[in-house]
Design a protein around this ligand. Structure first.
Ligand SMILES: Nc1ncnc2c1ncn2[C@@H]1O[C@H](COP(=O)(O)OP(=O)(O)OP(=O)(O)O)[C@@H](O)[C@H]1O
Length: 247
């Protein structure tokens, strides 16, 4: 199985401190992966590198069948190439309805003329409804987004990212601040999304990672310390020492 994203031998140093150290990471086109690791392990920096926010000093990052180097693309070009990122805090337009938020997020030709000429078609409205169904907001379309629960806002933002049709989605701590029922819905959503795209979930919550039931990559001091099932990595003595042992 060939990889969709291939990170190879990547290092980045901030003021003499090696935050990412010879890191290699692959993910397949339809795969769910959890990344765990203690504070400062390099999880955020890893996502910053893949999305073009931070440029590594060494190594390669390639994407897609043609192995396009993401290192030569701008952040906007990387997003257009199919890499989406969900930050921890939802950033939906609170005054707008769920429907309007999703409509604004639909993948459209960009540029001033395209925006001026934009008219919502019936096809777009159907796409918006499908997206809302997909993330579990099918019955909330007319609601003002500001009135949604924290979990619903997160799902709306995931829907807005899906509207861009990413092939790889990076999701930062999706379960933080959610109720148990919201977590369960989020688990199901991530599992479902990864059937048609690659999804990387950075997460601290072990119970949540267990429910994702996917391959886990453990980062430590900017490198991969262990990789495999959660049971496999949590039995690894180095993982126990650097991460779980600190409890
Ligand atoms: N712009 C920067 N300048 C200097 N040091 C940085 C910068 N960004 C990150 N670091 C350092 O690099 C290391 C890795 O940070 P990073 O935020 O990637 O870790 P993390 O695994 O996401 O941690 P957390 O779980 O706390 O979010 C940390 O020691 C951090 O202080």
């Amino acid at each position: 199985m060939s990889a969709l994203l291939e990170v190879s031998g990547v290092s980045v140093t901030f003021d003499g401190f090696r935050a990412i150290n010879n890191l290699s990471f692959n993910i397949a086109a339809q795969e769910l992966r959890a990344i765990i690791g203690p504070n400062g392990a390099g999880k955020t920096t890893f996502m910053d590198i893949v999305t073009g926010k931070t440029r590594p000093d060494e190594g390669s990052v390639t994407f897609g069948e043609r192995s396009v180097s993401l290192l030569s693309l701008s952040e906007a070009q990387i997003a257009r190439a199919g890499v989406g990122r969900k930050f921890q805090r939802p950033t939906v337009f609170e005054d707008q309805s769920v429907f309007d938020n999703l409509m604004m997020a639909l993948k459209k030709p960009r540029g001033p003329l395209a925006v001026l000429m934009f008219r919502a078609s019936k096809g777009d409205a159907r796409k918006v409804r499908d997206l809302a169904e997909e993330v579990g907001l099918g019955d909330q379309l007319e609601r003002k987004s500001g009135e949604l629960s924290h979990g619903q806002k997160q799902w709306l933002e995931i829907g807005m990212l899906l509207a861009q049709e990413p092939r790889l989605l990076l999701v930062d701590e999706p379960a933080a601040g959610m109720t148990l029922a919201e977590r369960e819905h989020t688990t199901a959503l991530l599992v479902e999304m990864a059937k048609t795209r690659a999804v990387v979930v950075v997460e601290h919550d072990m119970d949540f990672v267990r429910r994702l039931d996917c391959k886990v990559t453990v980062l430590h001091e900017g490198s991969v310390l262990a990789e495999g099932t959660l049971d496999h990595v949590t039995k690894n003595p180095s993982v126990i020492e650097v991460y779980l042992g600190r409890g």
